[in-house]
Design a protein around this ligand. Structure first.
Ligand code: GLN
Length: 500
């Protein structure tokens, strides 16, 4: 709970409740791995663990050093993550030459000795920039970084060359010669318009075969049909739809990385390209602020913390509710939707969240754990995956198609069940709650075309090959509104049919 979205981008949450770097999200989206806290290691986490061991006397009072203590700790974390897998991919962030990454590089250098040359493969990601004025690609940055890497004892087996155009045979030969890498192992990693084109491109370059060969694994047939279908859907949409995304950190798109991705995934079953119109929640609080969303066909209010923009989020929820614009609230967007409903529909104009107002007489959103007497910034969030039971016949149930779902959480405050009756008697529907009944996880509005708000973060489980049902449903609803406004008649089945 102490990571700034501006510095780190989105805080990515794993099933087991670790708050990690957003890179882990890409791995979960693109592969079938289920990430855990053991899949992300920061320098701080490594040092903390070593310091704790030292304090417990595990080093018997001997001097603690980067080599071997820090490097051993890194190697142990690699081994811990390698249980029950065929291949372990280890990404070392940063740039060769950074002081921060040195212990990590030394650890993987040693690792090859530990587990055997034939069981390891070093892939080095380098840059091959195109200099427009000279009209040529430059191999120097690649040569330099490979030289730096070799000076610390690592000879890369494969070079992934980031570039904006295909590297020709001569270029690859030149890089191979200077860097002492096989020509076939110089791979063009060309810029692409969608990250989901990357697996196909790398396969086209033969990277998959090289990996199997170098790791002495049997060569099997690559099945890329699903990826080909996906890329075709991305490149050739049937139509597009623009969604309004209300948030607190919209100036920096990476702070909502997983939601952005999930919204794009949500368009794929319908062959729709999703465009996003970001709106700072704070701007909606200005006198003419709501003009910013007047032509919205779908409004999403995203996660957030603190006072700034919270009233704007509430205004967006009200706007969507009263004008019957599809509304999707996620986490903070759930909380403000509920407070807005209490204020406007239940005769509780002072209703609030205790995150903003401790004094409110109607603590609609509060901290259940306050009552338990625990509080410490960074330590008391409800984090990770929890089961949720859906109400039969609800919109949520129809979308998920199952009764028990599991979604990831990251919040400190929650729905106050003392107000459950007031809210439901006035028309709000609770369509999902934790199995013990203590936590309200989903609310929706019968009679509204599509109004759904969730306390959890569904975005973390959406994948391009398996778009999340809530996002797919939201995009579909928004698109239907777009067609309706344009006077095109449509019905649910026409879109659902295209989906098949
Ligand atoms: N600030 C809210 C809470 O802590 C919502 C958090 C979020 O949107 N992730 O409960």
């Amino acid at each position: 709970g102490t990571m700034s979205p501006y510095q780190h981008g989105e805080v990515y949450v794993t099933d087991d409740g670790a708050e990690t770097d957003l890179d882990l999200g890409h791995y979960e989206r693109i592969t079938s791995m289920v990430a855990t806290r053991d899949h992300n290691w920061t320098t701080g986490k490594i040092y903390l663990s070593v310091i704790q061991k030292e304090r417990r006397g595990e080093y018997l009072g001997r001097t603690v050093q980067v080599i071997p203590h820090i490097t051993n700790e890194i190697k142990n974390s690699i081994r811990a993550a390698a249980q029950d897998v065929d291949i372990l991919l280890i990404e070392i962030g940063g740039t060769v030459g950074d002081i921060e990454s040195l212990p990590f590089l030394e650890a993987i250098r040693q690792f090859r000795q530990d587990v055997g040359r034939e069981n390891t493969l070093y892939i080095h990601l380098t840059l091959v920039p195109y200099i427009a004025s000279a009209g040529e690609l430059k191999t120097k940055p690649t040569q330099h970084s490979v030289r730096d890497l070799r000076s610390i004892g690592i000879q890369p087996d494969v070079l992934l060359c980031r570039t904006d155009r295909q590297l020709d045979r001569d270029m690859k030969r030149k890089i191979a010669l200077f860097c002492d890498v096989d020509e076939g192992a110089v791979i063009t990693a060309r810029d692409v318009s969608s990250i989901y084109e990357v697996p196909l491109n790398l396969a086209g370059e033969g990277l998959d075969r090289i990996l199997l060969e170098r790791l002495h694994l049997p060569e099997t047939e690559a099945k890329m049909d699903a990826w080909e279908d996906l890329v075709e859907r991305i490149q050739q949409p049937m139509d597009e739809v623009t969604l309004h995304f209300i948030g607190k950190y919209t100036a920096y798109e990476d702070s909502y990385k997983s939601i952005n991705e999930a919204l794009h995934h949500g368009g794929l079953p319908h062959r729709l390209k999703v465009k996003l119109q970001y709106v700072e929640a704070e701007a909606l609080e200005e006198p003419d602020g709501l003009k910013l969303i007047e032509d919205a066909v779908g409004i999403l209010v995203g996660p957030g913390f603190g006072d700034r923009g919270s009233r704007g989020m509430m205004a967006a929820a009200e706007y969507a509710r009263t004008r019957k614009i599809p509304y999707f609230g996620i986490c903070y967007g759930f909380q403000w939707a509920v407070v807005e409903y209490a204020r406007s529909m239940c005769g509780l104009p002072d209703a609030d969240s205790t995150e903003i107002s401790e004094e409110t007489p109607h603590k609609i959103i509060y901290k259940l754990r306050d009552l338990l007497g625990v509080d410490d910034m960074g330590g008391t969030m409800r984090l990770g995956s929890y089961a949720c039971r859906l109400t039969p016949d609800s919109l949520a149930f129809r979308l998920y198609g199952e009764e028990i779902i599991h979604e990831r959480h990251r919040h400190r405050y929650e729905f106050n069940c003392l107000y459950e009756r007031t809210l439901t008697e006035n028309g709000l529907r609770i369509s999902g709650r934790s199995l013990d009944g203590k936590f309200v996880e989903i609310v929706e509005l019968p009679g509204h075309p599509w109004y759904l708000a969730v306390q959890f973060h569904p975005e973390f489980k959406s994948k391009p090959l398996h778009p999340h049902p809530l996002f797919a449903g939201f995009v579909e609803a928004a698109y239907k509104r777009k067609l309706a406004l344009a006077g095109v008649s449509t019905n649910v089945t026409s879109i659902a049919e295209r989906r098949r």
